[in-house]
Design a protein around this ligand. Sequence first.
Ligand SMILES: Cc1cc2nc3c(=O)[nH]c(=O)nc-3n(C[C@H](O)[C@H](O)[C@H](O)COP(=O)(O)OP(=O)(O)OC[C@H]3O[C@@H](n4cnc5c(N)ncnc54)[C@H](O)[C@@H]3O)c2cc1C
Length: 505
Amino acid sequence: MDGTYDLAVIGGGINGCGIARDAAGRGLSVYLCEQGDLASGTSSAATKLIHGGLRYLEYYEFRLVREALMEREVLWRMAPHIIWPLRFVLPYHKGLRPAWMLRLGLFLYDHLGGRKLLPPTRTLDLTRDAAGKPLKGGVYQRGFEYSDCWVEDARLVALNARDAQDRGATIRTRTKAVAAERSADAWQITTEDRRNGRRETVRARILVNAAGPWVADVLASTVGRNTSAAVRLVQGSHIVVPRLYDHDRCYIFQNADNRVIFAIPYESDFTLIGTTDLDYDGDPSKVRASKEEIDYLCAAASEYFAKAVEPKDVVWTYSGVRPLYDDGASAAQAATRDYVLELDESGAPLLSVFGGKITTYRRLALHALEKLARHLSSEARAKHDWSGKAPLPGGDFPVQGFEALVADLQRDYPWLEAAQCRRLARAYGTRARRILASAKDKAALGRDFGAGLSEAEVLYLMREEWAEEATDIVWRRSKLGLRLNRAEIEVLDGFMAKRALERLS
Ligand SMILES: Cc1cc2nc3c(=O)[nH]c(=O)nc-3n(C[C@H](O)[C@H](O)[C@H](O)COP(=O)(O)OP(=O)(O)OC[C@H]3O[C@@H](n4cnc5c(N)ncnc54)[C@H](O)[C@@H]3O)c2cc1C
């Protein structure tokens, strides 16, 4: 590189990291800056479904649904440790959508494309099936069951960043882009290190604005440019309660307001319930679940579950802001979930990302690079659509080989507790061996921070996945925050701060 990157990306959420990975894999020199931790914006606050979006069929979003449905198995193959299939139970509710409409939607869902391994829809007799047991007896007698997938959203971001760096990209976290000046053939980007205020400049031929809910702010204040495209910020919150039922399927419940909510088995001992759709106009980093949202989610779930879900049951909430493309829809729930890529070529190219789901991040990245094609070398253009064929870090095992991976790990590390072995396999796939290395017993993993989090794992996350503070580990690289208490998290924070200082000195 001659000191000028081919591509600079602002934003380390799923879209920025996906674009960085695709570009680096094509041999381009890539720089990415993220103002906080990776996935500290919307990409750690999703419902975490790799899904076509059954509900979007009602809004005729056929392009999006088809692309998303086709992506499910592509992503599952790329990362079978952090992505896995789920079955969804959709109870028929008298007075809401008629059964024929549900059946038609699910027929389309099964046949729009891409489903090879995921099982098809089936009809359920909820008076006999175990899925009927936790529901209000007598009220919900019929239902349907269909397939989608689960993803550990924040880990997907970290693994895309890891893979991008393994392919040559430079990833800078806690680094904010504060200004970007354009000339005819390059951008000069000023960044500020949020740990010490130090400023640097970076040159790049192309600038990608993947700042999610901050996309318009970056355009206005960093780049100093107005845009005709607008972003609509829509808040969505989730609640987590102690496990509500024993089986491993999820529920999709229709509400009288025409929305749907999900209830999903979560982190073995919990149930995740979400989400809401509310227009939002505050600072995206300050979004929090409101009392009204918690009440709404409890009431919507209690409409179906025999045992009411109450606000006092809630052990954790999280909230995020959807950076939707503003298509002028009146209700927040109706605003398009499709993405729009705006390319400005009045000087060095600037590509801005509006909208985009986690499910479609890889396709969005592919389309972004296609849109930039005339600014790329012929080699980079020729390496088209490579990203779905290469596994993400730790995902280099057969798509249905997760249990075999766990069994191999347990065989080689017989002293590892079964639950911890499974958790490490889920989080790191084949790379769990990089943490366990030659350890012959638990003590060899060093200090135990609680809930099975070892010093070896913490150091791995600091070295390989840009973790710097306890929250990065307990709420994004994992969800161990559900199991660790405040004192344990403080100890972890202190340990990480000390190790970071040692590394600097
Ligand atoms: C409640 C909810 C549920 C959802 N459920 C699903 C789901 O089940 N399935 C699905 O596919 N999608 C889902 N989504 C959508 C999905 O989460 C988002 O579309 C996606 O995460 C957006 O990613 P992004 O990279 O565009 O934005 P973000 O993840 O927000 O990333 C943008 C990043 O840019 C950084 N940034 C901003 N300004 C600067 C700057 N000046 N310098 C450096 N960095 C900067 C921010 O810190 C941020 O990390 C859901 C969204 C919400 C809110």
